[in-house]
Design a protein around this ligand. Structure first.
Ligand SMILES: Cc1ncc(COP(=O)(O)O)c(C=O)c1O
Length: 440
């Protein structure tokens, strides 16, 4: 029996019982379940880095506003599908103050988390033009978006951006777009899982391609303002959160409140449709919708079908949070910077013990410290590494399930790891390195 930080036999036994064909290929939820059972059997706490759950308390301003709204009786009333007017106004103000873009409140729509905004957009965008029936993912990405495509029966193509940073992105995008079948492009920025952030050069290229080939860019800003190398948190003051919306009018933005306001449980996000896309008419939409106007089809076709709007009280909660943020009374960055601080320490522990960062740069700059980072160990595939780390009380996910071609890589999420666990993490990584000597 090997002497590993977590009892070797128990781990073997639990892996066997889990019936997983391969731990290394397991999904986020499968890893979570396996680690839950090992933890409860051994009583040992893992360094849990598999799930991207906010590790901070929800913004209290929101909770208080929700309680007040519930007491007033909003629970009894159907909210309008397009959202309550004060929230639409605050979303419009928010994008003006933090992205420096003008969007009419009509195109600022609350959704049941960004996930629903994505689902509704994939649905609507792929029905605008008969010939354009495929989404292009700039990977690595969030696996659920591909799942959404599978359940919708919508085609998708993808590539790993790792080798196509900077100017190289142009030709790569063009190689897909010139075929004429791409309706929209999706990426997250900062990126889940790699935490790369597109530079302005890259966003400009994406915007130019959107204009040239008439495709809709879906920019997923789930980690809004969380590239902590710059301060994007001062209302109405540069620098602004970098965004493709500076370079094209063909955009929809998804701004999640889950991470930046630690509001994941209330399932409320923002979908922001540019004025020009909102009012655009497309005959092909009438195959599915009562109107040929994009904004109308999105709201009264897609969103109506999905959930008939977003729950009432979270809309009041988000309104109050945005009001405070827009008025400069609540600085979201100061709160979520805890992720940056933890990432800095954790990355160093990995680097000091023989690991390396996989997605390590944005063009010439070192990647930011934030919610996620990616790592690998010399000579090991991500699959093997993840399976091995379980015996060391460390859980995460492999990059292979995110569309990454860096098959050696693992994604680590810092949010749930407590600072009090850092000594354990260090001890376990040291032992891992000792047990897995790298041949010079
Ligand atoms: C890239 C990305 N998009 C979307 C989401 C989901 O956001 P929401 O909770 O607003 O549905 C996440 C959550 O982890 C994410 O990482």
């Amino acid at each position: 029996m090997k002497a590993t930080p977590i009892n070797f036999e128990v781990v073997n036994q639990k892996i066997k019982e889990s019936k997983l064909a391969s731990v290394g290929k397991a999904s986020i939820r499968e890893i979570k379940k396996l680690v839950d059972t090992i933890e409860s059997t051994t009583g040992e706490k893992f360094i849990r880095m598999e799930m991207g759950i906010p590790g901070l308390a929800p913004v209290d301003i929101g909770i208080q506003a929700e309680i007040a709204a519930l007491k007033k009786g909003v629970a009894a009333i159907y909210p309008d599908i397009f959202g309550i007017p004060p929230l639409k106004k605050e979303i419009s103000r928010f994008v003006k103050l933090f992205l420096d873009i003008d969007v009419d409140p009509d195109g600022c729509i609350p959704t049941v988390g960004s996930m629903q905004g994505g689902f509704a957009s994939f649905m609507t965008i792929n029905r605008m033009n008969k010939k354009k029936d495929t989404t292009l993912f700039i990977d690595p990405g969030f696996p659920v978006h591909k799942q959404q495509h599978r359940v919708l029966g919508i085609k998708h193509e993808s590539f790993d951006v790792y080798n196509y940073r900077g100017e190289k992105l142009r030709d790569k995008l063009e190689s897909y777009l010139k075929k004429g079948n791409i309706s929209g492009i999706l990426y997250s920025n900062p990126n889940n899982p790699s935490w790369i952030c597109f530079t302005d050069t890259e966003l400009q290229i994406i915007g130019e391609m959107a204009n040239k080939y008439d495709v809709i860019i879906m920019e997923d800003l789930a980690y809004f303002g969380m590239d902590f190398r710059k301060d994007y948190s001062k209302p109405g003051e540069p620098p602004y959160q970098p965004s493709v919306s500076k370079y094209t009018d063909n955009y929809i933005l998804f701004i999640s409140s889950s991470k930046v306001f630690s509001y994941a449980g209330q399932r409320i996000g923002m979908m922001v449709i540019s004025d020009s896309l909102y009012s655009r008419r497309s005959e092909d939409l009438t195959r599915y919708y009562s109107s040929d106007q994009f904004g109308h089809a999105m709201i009264f076709g897609s969103l109506y079908s999905l959930s008939s709007g977003t729950a009432h009280s979270p809309q009041y909660g988000l309104t109050a949070i945005l009001q405070a943020v827009n008025n400069g009374e609540y600085n979201f960055r100061e709160v979520v910077r805890e992720y940056e601080k933890k990432a800095k320490i954790m990355k160093k522990l990995f680097l000091d013990n023989g690991f390396y960062i996989v997605y390590d740069k944005d063009e010439d700059n070192l990647i930011a410290d934030g919610f996620y980072f990616t790592f690998a160990y010399p000579g090991m595939s991500g699959e093997k590494l993840l399976a091995e780390l379980i015996y060391y009380g460390i859980s995460a996910i492999t990059l292979s399930i995110t569309g990454s071609e860096r098959h050696e890589g693992i994604r680590a999420c810092v949010s749930l790891v407590q600072r009090s666990q850092f000594p354990d993490l260090e001890k376990r990584l040291k032992q891992f390195q000792k047990d897995h000597p790298v041949n010079a």
